[in-house]
Design a binder for this molecule. Structure first.
Ligand code: HEC
Ligand code: HEC
Length: 337
C-alpha cells in the first residue's frame, strides 16, 4: 500500500495474460444458489449487483482501507465509525509529496454524488481524475484495469449506496518530476469480459490482481518500478502507522510458503495469524476475511502455480541488505543474487 509507479508494460502484460487465460463465459441456465455464494456470483438483478459490489468493495478490492479514516489500534484496521469512504491521507511514508485518497461517499459536494458512471469507471480502471488529472498509482488502477465491465458496474452501484458524508480531505500534491515519470494514460477501448470462474487458476489470477496482492508483495526499484521478475516474491518495505514491515515471498520456493495448505491460507487471510505468528495488520486480513472459500481457494490455487523464486524475507530477524531485491529486510544478507 505504497507508491507504485508501473512500467507502461505492466498493466497490459497482466490484462493480456488474464484474457489469454480466460475462455469467454459460457451462458448456463440459471441455478438457485445459496445466499453466501450469491455475493460472489455474476449479478443479474439490482439486488445481486449491489451484493456483488459490496463484496468486491469491502473485500478483495478493499476500497475502504484506503478511502476511510482508519482505527490503527483496532485489529484489522477497520474504518472509524462514521468515517467509511470519507477520504484519507495516504499513510505510507514512501509516497512523494502528499497523496490523498478522495471522499468516495455519495456526498454531492465533497464526494462522488455528481460523478457519472463513466467518470468513476475512468478513475477506477484508467487512473484519470474527474478533472482529467493523472492519478497517482497509489490508487491501484494499474491492477484494477483488469476489472471486468460487470464487476465495475457492481462496484460503482455499491459505492453510490455508502452513507453520504460531507468531508473535504486535503488535495493531492505530487512533485512535477514524479508525475512526469508516470506511464501515460492507457484508455480502455474494448469490453473487459468477466473471468472464467469455473477455472480456479484463471479466477485466482484475476482476484490476485484486483486484490492488489501483487502491489504489496513485489519489491520495487529505487525509482518505484515493480521488479516483475520478482513478482510476489516479497521484499517490499512498508512504513506507516503500522510500523515498518517487509512483505514476504508468496511463491512455493523453500524461502516462500511451500508448507502452506489451503486450510492454513484461509486462516491467515481471515485472522492475520500464521498459526501462532501474529502478522502486522497492514497485511489487511481485516478486509479479506469475509471472502468466500471458493475465492480464497482460487487465489491459493493460483499462488501454487507461481514459479518458485528463492528470496528469504523475515520480519522476525533484524533487517540486513539484500542483493536480490535491493532493500533491507530480515534474512536479506542470506540471499545471493
Ligand atoms: C491502496 C489504496 C487504494 C485502494 C485499494 C483504492 N483506492 Fe481509490 N484512490 C487512492 C488514492 C491514494 C487516490 C488519490 C490519487 C491521486 O490523488 O492522485 C484514489 C483516487 C480514487 C478516485 C479518484 C478521485 C479523484 O479525485 O479524481 C476514485 C473515484 C477512487 N479512488 C475510487 C476507488 C474505488 C471505488 C476503490 C475500490 C474499488 C478504490 N478507489 C480503491 C487509493 C486507493
Ligand atoms: C497493503 C499491503 C498488502 C496487501 C494488499 C496484501 N498483503 Fe499479504 N502481507 C503484507 C505484509 C506486509 C505481510 C507481512 C506481515 C508480517 O510479517 O507481519 C503480508 C503477509 C502475507 C502472508 C503471510 C505469509 C507468511 O509469512 O506466512 C500471506 C499468505 C499473504 N500476505 C497473502 C496475501 C494475498 C493472497 C494478498 C492478496 C489477496 C495479500 N497478501 C495482499 C502486505 C500486503
Amino acid at each position: 500500500m505504497t507508491m507504485f509507479r508501473c512500467q507502461p508494460l505492466l498493466a497490459s502484460v497482466f490484462v493480456v495474460s488474464l484474457i489469454v487465460g480466460c475462455a469467454p463465459q459460457e451462458s448456463a441456465p440459471p441455478v438457485a444458489e445459496p445466499a453466501a455464494e450469491a455475493t460472489a456470483a455474476v449479478a443479474t438483478t439490482e439486488e445481486d449487483l449491489l451484493a456483488r459490489g459490496r463484496y468486491l468493495v469491502e473485500g478483495p478490492m478493499h476500497c475502504l482501507a484506503c478511502h476511510s479514516e482508519l482505527d490503527w489500534s483496532a485489529p484489522g484496521f477497520p474504518p472509524l465509525p462514521g468515517r467509511r469512504g470519507v477520504g484519507a491521507v495516504f499513510p505510507d511514508v514512501s509516497v512523494p509529496g502528499l497523496v490523498v485518497a478522495s471522499n468516495i461517499t455519495p456526498d454531492p459536494e465533497t464526494g462522488i454524488g455528481e460523478w457519472t458512471d463513466e467518470e468513476l469507471g475512468r478513475a477506477i480502471r484508467e487512473g484519470v481524475g474527474r478533472d482529467g488529472r493523472r492519478l497517482f498509482p497509489a490508487m491501484p488502477y494499474m491492477f484494477f484495469r483488469a476489472l471486468s465491465d460487470d464487476d465495475l458496474a457492481a462496484v460503482i452501484a455499491y459505492i453510490r449506496t455508502l452513507d453520504p458524508v460531507r468531508n473535504q480531505p486535503p488535495t493531492t500534491e505530487i512533485p512535477e518530476p514524479v508525475m512526469a515519470s508516470l506511464p501515460p494514460h492507457q484508455p480502455i477501448t474494448e469490453p473487459v469480459p468477466a473471468p472464467d470462474r469455473s477455472d480456479p487458476i484463471a479466477y485466482g489470477a484475476y482476484l490476485t490482481q484486483i486484490g492488489n496482492c501483487i502491489e504489496c508483495h513485489t519489491p520495487m526499484t529505487p525509482e518505484g518500478h515493480p521488479i516483475m521478475e520478482l513478482m510476489l516474491a516479497g521484499g517490499r518495505i512498508m512504513e506507516g502507522p503500522w510500523g515498518k514491515v517487509a512483505a514476504p515471498n508468496l511463491t512455493t520456493d523453500p524461502s516462500g510458503i511451500p508448507y502452506y495448505t489451503e486450510e492454513l491460507f484461509f486462516e491467515v487471510m481471515r485472522t492475520g495469524m500464521v498459526s501462532a505468528r501474529d502478522l502486522n495488520d497492514i497485511m489487511i486480513w481485516g478486509y479479506f476475511k469475509d471472502m468466500t472459500d471458493d475465492d480464497l481457494g482460487a487465489i491459493f490455487a493460483y499462488l501454487q502455480t507461481l514459479e518458485p523464486i528463492s528470496h528469504r524475507v523475515s520480519n522476525t530477524e533484524p533487517p540486513t541488505p539484500c542483493s536480490i531485491c535491493g532493500t533491507s529486510h530480515g534474512l536479506g544478507e542470506s540471499n545471493q543474487s
